[in-house]
Design a protein around this ligand. Structure first.
Ligand code: IVH
Length: 665
């Protein structure tokens, strides 16, 4: 055996120990899990090939790390185990095959074998002790045998019952589960921490683990933590059902939370279908999951299967593709948006993450870039969750090479050279070039033609870019005298699509005031505000002539929005474009301004409309409510009086139910 192998083994061990310490003791991991897994797997492979190199202190010989000394310790009478992982369908099939062989099942029984399927929550494992139904203590998993006493902190989690409800629970009951921080709570926490200049958490799992390992429970109490139970440990003085799924039902009866996504499936095909289903739901779940867990449902069979070293033979974690990976920043460039906002974007060494190859990731804004201290040449963690734009999460400082370069906000717009300004108290810096800046022009035009604005079909980004670059289109008005011949000459265009495009542009001339207003791209005026303005004022001239005070009579229009609208119509270049558009035939039905009664039967009441209403459209319902003095807003809050829910009502209805807002059908 060569020296280089033993040197590599030692290196890997040192590196893994370092990351164990960062992860378990400091709650501040530096590398993504996928990278840690690779290091661990490489070490396992080398040790398997060269068993003579295995030492008792190798990280492969134990799981977890020492509890910090400031906490008391709690022994786990029944060890807290870990799970084997499957990273592919094939590995899952092997797992199932091993079980079938060990249990000596016939093929048709193998297909019918029940698995309890559950999401694999990404939080921190805990053990809760209940004596005669009363919560007495809680511990972390620690090294599996000894955990830290975190009773004082777990007590602060609202969803941990301090007394079990109902009856029939064993006099001694140890519940095991995962404490986690819901995504929304995690984001809100980080936003606040960043604003206050405090340390942010890298991901919800570390937020949960870090929050549990506070010496001061008052800090934990302020963290939005939650728990899902997934199994039991010690059970004395009573008995539990003999299936995993039924045990979770029983725990839920007694007041503990169990994941509502849990299910019972049969055979390996049932497992795979569950995996696909949860994979699709993953980004919409309120909490982070990194895979699913299948457990042989019948405890009798679990006992028959037993354990291998630290993991049960009867369970496995089927992991989703990693959403975080590591790569190198090659450059940082600034993209200019429709309103001139400069967004720093990291150009990356391409990396496969969240199922696709990513070569750009956003840094949100200049403060974010500086807070994370991202430099050119740095190794960074990239996160891509679902269809969300990939982002730079953090820098792996231990991998920072010599000679990295810091990035600063450019003084001039990288596209048009105009000055860049940053208003007091604003996170974003902006190019002052307005429509002189071709980037802003392109983005404004893309917005103008987009589906919820003028809805011009077939006018994609590539075509707009060519038209702007050739100076053929400077303002939205220039779109309306484009001719087939000139369009047909553009790249990615032919005679036929040019003709189609010209007729799409022609059709788009007939629009609505709401669409037109939204299309203008007035800052702060989104779809809902545009609708509110259109309904209230009825006609464009009324809006253009309104002062800030009058504008604020429209629901959802506050002083900032009102000022933006007044500023917009005070600019001659904006009113010129509007005049040209009208001259070229853009039109919409003008209506009478809404007569809002000084007071009506619904005065002071706020409504939210959701789903498909049966007797009228939502717009009609809105007009009717406003005519009676009520207000209609876009999102449900504690200030909402009524939610009108039609068919296929979704998250707004759910939120109303959660907040206890009255729902009208
Ligand atoms: S069962 C003997 N079920 O994953 C089986 N674990 O790698 C013990 N986890 O430490 C665990 N969700 O923190 C189980 N539905 C679930 C889980 C789950 C997350 C965590 C748990 C455990 C780790 C094992």
């Amino acid at each position: 055996m060569s020296d280089s192998v033993s040197a590599r083994v030692e290196n890997l061990r040192d590196e893994i120990r370092h990351h164990n310490y960062l992860y378990h003791v400091l709650d501040a991991p530096e590398i993504p899990d996928a990278e840690y897994d690779r290091l661990m797997r490489e070490l396992i492979a080398l040790e398997t090939e060269h068993p003579e190199l295995v030492t008792t202190d190798s990280p492969t010989q134990r799981v977890g790390d020492k509890p910090v000394s400031a906490f008391g310790t709690i022994e786990h009478k029944i060890p807290m185990l870990s799970l084997e992982n499957a990273f592919s369908e094939e590995e899952l099939r092997e797992f199932h095959r091993r079980i079938v062989d060990r249990l000596d099942l016939a093929e048709k029984d193998a297909e019918r074998l029940e698995y309890a399927a559950e999401p694999k929550l990404d939080g921190a494992a805990v053990s809760l002790q209940y004596e005669n139904g009363v919560f007495v203590s809680a511990a972390t998993r620690g090294d599996g045998t000894t955990g830290e006493d975190i009773t004082h902190n777990v007590r602060t989690i609202d969803s941990v019952p301090l007394k079990l409800r109902g009856r029939g629970y064993p006099s001694l009951l140890e519940v095991r589960g995962e404490v986690y921080m819901p995504k929304a709570g995690f984001e809100a926490y980080n936003r606040k921490a960043a604003e206050a200049g405090e340390k942010t958490f890298v991901n919800p799992r570390n937020a949960a683990a870090g929050s549990l390992r506070q010496l001061d429970p008052r800090i934990t109490a302020e963290r939005p933590l939650d728990i899902y139970a997934y199994s039991v440990g010690v059970v004395e003085g009573g008995s539990l059902p003999d299936r995993q799924s039924e045990i979770l039902d029983a725990l839920q009866e007694w007041g503990l939370r169990a994941s509502p996504e849990r299910d019972v499936v049969t055979g390996v095909d049932g497992c795979l279908a569950y995996y696909d289903r949860l994979g699709k739901q993953r980004n919409d779940l309120a909490y982070e999951i990194d895979g699913v867990v299948y457990k042989v449902n019948e405890l009798r069979l679990q006992r028959e299967l037993g354990f291998v070293s630290r993991a049960p033979r009867w369970a496995i974690a089927h992991k989703f593709p990693a959403q975080e990976e590591m790569t190198i920043v090659k450059a940082v460039e600034f993209q200019v948006g429709r309103t001139g906002a400069l967004t720093p974007v990291a150009r990356l060494e391409p990396v496969f993450v969240g199922g696709v190859t990513v070569s750009n990731a956003t840094l949100h804004n200049i403060d974010d870039l500086h807070r994370k201290d991202v430099r050119i040449g740095d190794t960074v963690i990239i996160r891509r969750a679902g269809d969300v734009i990939p982002e730079v999460v953090s820098v792996v400082e231990s991998r920072r090479p010599e000679g990295t370069r810091s990035v600063s906000l450019p003084k001039k717009c990288p596209v048009c050279g105009s000055h860049v300004v940053r208003e007091e108290g604003e996170a974003v810096a902006r190019c002052t070039g307005g429509l002189f800046c071709s980037a802003q022009r392109i983005e404004s035009l893309k917005h103008f033609v987009s589906r919820k604005a003028m809805d011009i079909d077939g006018l994609g980004a590539k075509i707009i870019e060519q038209l702007v670059d050739a100076d053929r289109v400077k303002t939205p008005a220039d779109l309306f005298d484009l001719e087939v011949d000139e369009l047909a000459e553009l790249e990615r265009m032919g005679e036929k699509s040019a003709k189609n495009l010209v007729s799409a542009i022609e059709e788009a001339k007939e629009t609505t005031l709401q669409r037109f207003l939204f299309a203008l791209g007035i800052r702060e005026v989104g779809e809902a505000t545009a609708l509110g303005l259109a309904q209230y004022f009825g006609q464009l001239d009324n809006i253009a002539d309104a002062d800030e005070e009058t504008l604020q009579k429209v629901p959802d229009v506050g002083p900032v929005v009102a000022r933006r609208i007044v500023e917009f119509f005070a600019e001659p270049h904006n009113t010129d474009v509007i005049a040209k558009l009208k001259k070229l035939g853009v039109k919409w039905p003008e209506k009478e301004p809404l007569s809002v009664p000084e007071s009506g039967p619904l005065t002071g009441k706020t409504f939210v409309l959701t789903g498909t209403l049966s007797k009228m459209t939502r717009d009609e319902a809105k007009e009717a409510i406003v005519a009676l003095g009520g207000k209609v807003t876009g999102s449900v809050s504690s200030k909402t009086d009524y939610v009108v829910a039609g068919e296929k009502a979704g998250s707004k209805l759910a939120k109303a139910e959660k907040l206890g807002v009255a729902v009208l059908d």
